[in-house]
Structures are given as C-alpha cells and as structure tokens.
Ligand binder design. Structure first.
Ligand code: GLA
Length: 751
C-alpha cells in the first residue's frame, strides 16, 4: 500500500479460472497468486500485493471485514461478496442460507462476456485490438463513510491482459435500506474500446423470485401491474425510446423472494433504474440463482470509450424490506425526499393549470381573467401551459411553433413578464410550460437549421405529434436550448416551470455524430440532457420544476433529481388515478406525483378533488365555468389540502386497500411525529359500508376524528368529533362516508 492508501495491484499473474465449469464448486481459499513481477522491490511488492488484496480498507470506524469476504450493508439488507488475491469477485446470492457456501463461476459478480461466462453478462467489451473477451480480477475494496448514515464502497477490478479498470460502486443508506449502485469503466488502451453492454447492476438472488413489473401506454401508465414467478431462462423488459425511459415498459419493478409479498409481509427488493433513455432489465434464471442485470439498453448502443475517459453507468436504486411492500415504500420515499429529487422536504403550493381550461385558445386577457377566481378559491400558483409562443408560425395548435420560443405578439403583445407580474399582483405565483428539446417542421428554427434534428438520411421524416427531437449531441443545439431556457425562466416573477417532452426517437440518426459514432446518440443525448437539466436547476434554484413527457414518460430518478415533481400521466380521470397513483407510490413519494383535478371522465367533483388531494395537489379546470356547487367543493378541497399537506407531503404512507379490481381503494398518511394522520377512501364500485383500518398510528396517542370537506348531502361519519386512541382506530377502523361508486371520504385524525 502506498502512502496515499492506494493498493499496488499490477503485474501479478493469477491462475486462469476459465476452466471452471458451473458444476465444479470451488473454494476461493484454494487460490494463491502464482507470480509477482512488479518492476521494483519484487519480494516486498509481491507480499504487499497479497496483503493488499486480503486487507480491506475500512475508514471512519466501520467494522473490519474478514479477509477475502466483505459486504455492503444497510440496516436490514446485506450484499455479501467474496474474492481472493488476484482472483475473480463473487457474490453470495441474496437469500442464500449459508454465507460460507462454496461459490461457483456462475456466482461471479459483474460477469464479463467472452472468457468463460456463458450466461447474460454485465459487461461486454471489444478491445482496441478487436479481442471480444474481458476478464476482471479483484484488486481492492475501499469503504468510506460519506455521512454517519451513508457508506460508499468502491470495488476495484482490472483486466490482467489489458489496461482496463472497472470500479463497482455502492452507496449504502443504512436507515433507509437503500443501496445505489453504479459502475465506472476506464482504460488506457491505444485506441477507443467499444462498450457493447455495461450494466449498472448484476445482483444475484436465490431462485423462487416473483417479479412485478408495469406495462402500459400513453394514458395507461402504471395501470397494469403484472406479477409472475421467474422461471429458468432470461426475461427481458426493455425500452428503445431514446429520450425517455418509459411509455410502454416502466424502469421500476419489484422482486419478492420466497413467494409474493403483501403490504405488510414478505421480503421485497424494489429496483429503479435512474436513466431517462432506453433501458434493459434482464432477469436471468439459471435454476441455481437469479441474476438481475439492469442498465442502459445494449440495443444499437455500442459506445466508444476513449483512453483515459471514464464511462459511468446510470445508477440502479435498490430498496429492501423484510416486512412487505408498505415498509419498502416508506423507506424509498424517505430516501427520495432526501436524495432522489429537489426540495423533497419543502411544502408545495396549490397549483392551477390552464391546459384543460383553455387548451391553445387564449390571450393575455383570458389568462388574467383566470387569476381572480383562482385566488378566491385558494389557489397559490398559476401554470400557463402550451400555446404562448411562435410568431411566423404561431403555436395555436400542435402543428407549429415548437422551437420558436418568443412570446406570440398577438396573444401576449408585451411578452410573458406582464402576465407573470399580474399574477403576482393577484397574489399568485406564476409558472410556464416549455418543451426545449423539440421542434415543429413548421417553425423558423427548423427552416434555418433542418440538420439540427434527429433523423435518418434517405428516410422520410417520421413525425410524432407533428414534431421532431432536436439533436442534443450537437453543441449548437445544446447552446440553443440552454439560451431558450434562460430566456424563458429568466423572465421576472416566473418561479415554476413544466418541462415537457412529447415524443420519442424513432429514427436514431445524428448529422453531428460521425458515421462510426451513430450508436452513441442514445447515450450522449441523455448525458447532454442531464447536463442541461443540471445547469437549469443550478441557475434557477428557486424555480420549481415539473418533469413531464407526454404523460409519464420520464418518471425516473435519472431526471427527477433535477425536478420537484413529475407528471404521471395525461390520464387524469380519478377512477384511473386511484390505481395508477397506488402503483407509482411503490417507488415515488406522493410529494413528487402531480395529481390534478380535471373534468376527465366526468366524475363527481368531490371524488376528483379527494383523489387529487392524496398526492401533489393541483387543478386543471376553467374556474369560470364551474357550477356554484362544484366551486364550493373545490374551495373546500383546497382549504382541506392546505391543512393536511403537512401530513401527506412529508408523512409516512400506508396503502390499506388495493384498488385494482376492488370495490374500494384506501390509504392513510401519518405525520412524521405521529400526532396527525389522514385517511383516504375511494369508492370505485357500489359496496357495503365497511370500516377502513388505518395503520402506523401511535397506539397510545389520542386522535380527534374529523371528516374533511365532506360531500354535500352525506350524513356525518359515526366517529365524527370523537377522540379515540390509535390502538382503537387501528383495531376497529373508521367507517367512511362513502359507499356508492364515485364517492370518497377524507378523514383527518388530529390533535
Ligand atoms: C403534453 C402534456 C400535457 C400538456 C400538453 C401541451 O401532452 O402531458 O399536460 O402540457 O402536452 O401540449
């Protein structure tokens, strides 16, 4: 070990493990370095290499692991690794009973293609000389405490035949039982190497794993959870959309070990890939173990890595619970509020969006006309949606204007500033919609720069929603988008923005990238996008941002860290939102899930408001057209929401009654100090009036029961006004006021 704590790890030859078939378990202790040829101090260095590989550095007081074995550990979740000097790195499958079980070649961690491993690899490289094999040998592991609760583990590997290094990184959040995992790859070969596949993770589990994943489509995001036992073979879930993670398949999934899990029982591992582009989640079951290999989709994405550059994979987020899905989500939410999103501990303003109210049909006066009624109702923030820009090609419908980010002269003669200033004069914050990555062919931008779009030469332009994606790998496009964003968000009094992305890539061609680098478009695009989002978040720290992608196409933690919330779906029908928001809540805290009251589905206003109140509440209604009755319901909902948002936004979520194929959905939130709670019951079909049983209350505390914003004409709930202990409430339940389809009940349990 040198003075800086680095370990000598070069020039040592080790026995090849290539001949180990999977039927031949071996004891890692059987291996020893054959020969050391460090250029100087041979004997000493040889010794230090052996020692270095056997000694695992632990800093800042963490426990000293045994030689050859080490683990990445949170409170309840442990990844056990094993390696020997100069040998390969192995993982004991999660769920394995015997931590001393003999390991097999199949148990190699982060397996590489081309040198003996025959299953789905985590890494596949073509070296500068054309060799398609890679072998990774263990060098050392470094564990450091980033904070008292967060430990970073960096496992160093190298290829003995090539100057290539791989660092496997794990950030363990002890209290939240969350492990973030990613990989760094670099080399000093004479020319670029080609990364054919480079997974973020390759965790091994014992068999008998159930996978829950979510297939959907536009307006059907997360509505269709599918659970099944993994069987031998490889199950692949993926997306090939380029500039967004999801439309059909979602990058979030659940694994339950030893049988399916319930909200309160079962061992669960939730996985979420933080990547807003094409992804692949492969579950490789070889009968002996199951491997989850998740990362960037290798499909058409060969990446040329130059010498001395580091490729960092997207982060995989793993969340563990031994007590079912509910506990898993509460830990996930806690982690997300602190590390996965912006301002996860700040409250949120009640928002009114004009999209459902006006669509593209508005001008200055029509928008200003919405302010007074909004303020009167209790709204705190107004969001102006699509349609405010474009002059030669005005954005009066979705056929024109994208790319021309100048306010439309006839609609907004003095630009955005007076609109924002007037909102502030009316006591409202002001927000704006933008879609900086897109262009309509009917735009001045496209006419000036037809080569700036992602398209394939010799093919007709493939439009989606009449638009094209700008090629963010091109520096001029990066500069243009950054300038557009600054121009828009720099307008005084704009403190909120919705960043949209209404199409995906169908013709992955770049006129900027050289012909032999076309396959890098998918990855370089997302990296450039994150650079832009990062700059935006840093330059406008007080501007709250909503992440939207034609609905929920970017509901992923890769982008969310630059945003305060995401738009889960263009489907705002509350009947769909009850199960949809239930499913999103496995992975995302309700503070991040935008939930707006609209007329979609023509549901009763009380039901629509109650559903929206269970996440990040907003409205998308023409308030001037509401009946007096609906207006009163909305005003009551806003007042109630302002009362309970200090419970729902930072609080613990308990999912009580699954709305999928059920007559009712129910959940409750408990404030962090357990002094307050709120129960939601959403009646989806007519049913018997049965109590809802809240969870997570303090059994000894006394709670005052009070239905919030009760639906007009319904009898008070039997426990209204009663003070009951948490124990009684959890045991006997609360009878909500809803029993008929499309009725809802929101009940506060307070001081
Ligand atoms: C997308 C969004 C909508 C709205 C429109 C505007 O579809 O999901 O909420 O902003 O774009 O064009």
């Amino acid at each position: 070990m040198d003075a800086g704590g680095k370990l000598c790890r070069r020039n040592v030859k080790y026995p090849s493990l290539n001949n180990f078939a999977r039927q031949q378990p071996f004891n890692l202790g059987d291996f020893a370095p054959m020969k050391s040829v460090c250029s100087s101090h041979i004997g000493l260095v040889a010794l230090s290499v052996v020692l270095a590989a056997l000694i695992f550095i632990t800093q800042n007081g963490a426990a000293e692991p045994s030689p050859g074995k080490f683990s990445v550990q949170t409170r309840d979740f442990t990844l056990n690794f094993e390696a020997e000097a100069g040998g390969r790195l192995y993982q004991h499958p999660i769920g394995a009973d015997d931590p001393n079980a003999k390991l097999r070649r199949d148990d190699e961690f982060y397996p590489q293609a081309g040198d003996g491993y025959v299953w789905e690899p985590a890494l596949q490289v073509t070296h500068a000389d054309g060799n398609t094999s890679t072998a990774l040998l263990f060098d050392d592991v470094l564990q450091t405490n980033e904070t008292p609760d967060v430990e970073l583990t960096r496992i160093q590997l190298h290829d003995p035949a090539y100057p290539m290094e791989v660092t496997l990184c794990f950030r363990a959040h002890r209290q939240d039982d969350v492990i973030e995992e990613w990989t760094e790859i670099r080399h000093q070969e004479s020319k670029p190497i080609t990364l054919e596949r480079m997974a973020s993770t390759s965790l091994l589990l014992t068999p008998n794993v159930y996978l829950t994943h979510f297939f959907g489509d536009w307006a059907k995001e997360m509505l269709n959870p599918i659970t099944g036992q993994l069987t031998p073979g490889t199950e692949v879930l993926d997306s090939k959309l380029g500039v967004r993670a999801a439309q059909f398949q979602n990058p979030n999934f659940l694994l339950s070990l030893n049988g399916t899990a319930t909200e309160t029982n079962g061992t669960v591992l939730a996985g979420s890939l933080a990547w807003s582009g094409s992804f692949q989640l492969a579950f490789d079951d070889n009968n002996e173990s199951v491997r989850a290999i998740c990362g960037i989709n290798p499909f058409a994405s060969a990446y040329h890595l130059k010498p001395n550059e580091t490729f960092t994979t997207p982060t995989m987020i793993w969340v563990w619970s031994s007590h079912g899905l509910g506990e898993m989500s509460r830990k996930f939410h806690d982690w997300a509020r602190d590390f996965g999103m912006r301002d996860g501990r700040k409250t949120r303003s009640v928002l009114l969006n004009n999209w459902e109210a006006t669509g593209f049909d508005f001008d200055f006066n029509r928008i200003v006309g919405l302010y007074d009624p909004a303020k009167a109702l209790g709204v705190e923030l107004f969001l102006l949606d699509d349609g405010w820009f474009g002059n030669k090609y005005p954005r009066v419908n979705d056929h024109a204007g994208l790319g021309d980010w100048q306010p439309n002269h006839s609609r907004l003669p003095d630009g955005l500033a007076p609109l924002a200033a007037t909102a502030v004069q009316h006591g409202l914050r002001f927000g704006i919609w933008m879609e900086p990555e897109m262009v309509n062919p009917n735009s001045e931008l496209f006419q000036e720069h037809p080569d700036w779009v992602i398209a394939q030469p010799k093919r007709d332009l493939d439009l989606q929603r009449n638009q094209l994606v700008l090629d963010l790998t091109r520096p001029e496009v990066q500069a243009f988008e950054w300038q557009s964003i600054q121009n828009i968000l720099g307008v005084p009094d704009i403190t909120y923005a919705k960043w949209d992305c209404n199409r995906y890539v169908t013709q992955p061609g770049s006129s900027y990238l050289a012909p032999d680098r076309q396959s890098e478009l998918w990855i370089d695009y997302v990296h450039a996008l994150y650079a832009l989002m990062d700059k935006t978040a840093k330059a406008f720290p007080d501007t709250e941002m909503m992440l939207c992608s034609g609905g929920g196409g970017r509901a992923d933690y890769g982008a969310l860290k630059y945003f305060q919330e995401f738009w889960p779906s263009d489907n705002t029908d509350p009947v769909a939102r009850v199960p949809m928001q239930w499913d999103y809540s496995y992975f995302f805290p309700p503070i991040a899930i935008a939930s707006h009251v609209t007329h979609m589905g023509n549901r009763p206003m009380h039901f629509a408001c109650s559903v929206a109140m269970s996440a990040r509440f907003g409205m998308d209604l023409d308030l001037n057209k509401l009946s007096p009755e609906d207006k009163a319901v909305c005003a009551g909902a806003i007042a109630a929401y302002k009362n309970i948002r200090e419970i729902t936004l930072p609080g613990d979520l308990y999912r009580l009654e699954d709305p999928h194929d059920n007559f009712r959905g129910a959940l409750n939130f408990v404030s962090p100090d357990k002094t307050r709670a709120v129960v939601f019951a959403f009646q989806l079909k007519d049913g018997e009036s049965v109590p809802v049983h809240p969870q997570g209350l303090d059994p000894a505390k006394v709670y005052l029961v009070h239905e919030l914003n009760p639906a007009p004409g319904r009898a008070a709930i039997p426990q209204e006004g009663k003070s009951l202990t948490g124990e009684t409430l959890m045991r006997d339940g609360i009878l909500p006021s809803c029993s008929k389809a499309l009725e809802a009940s929101v009940i506060e349990l307070g001081l």
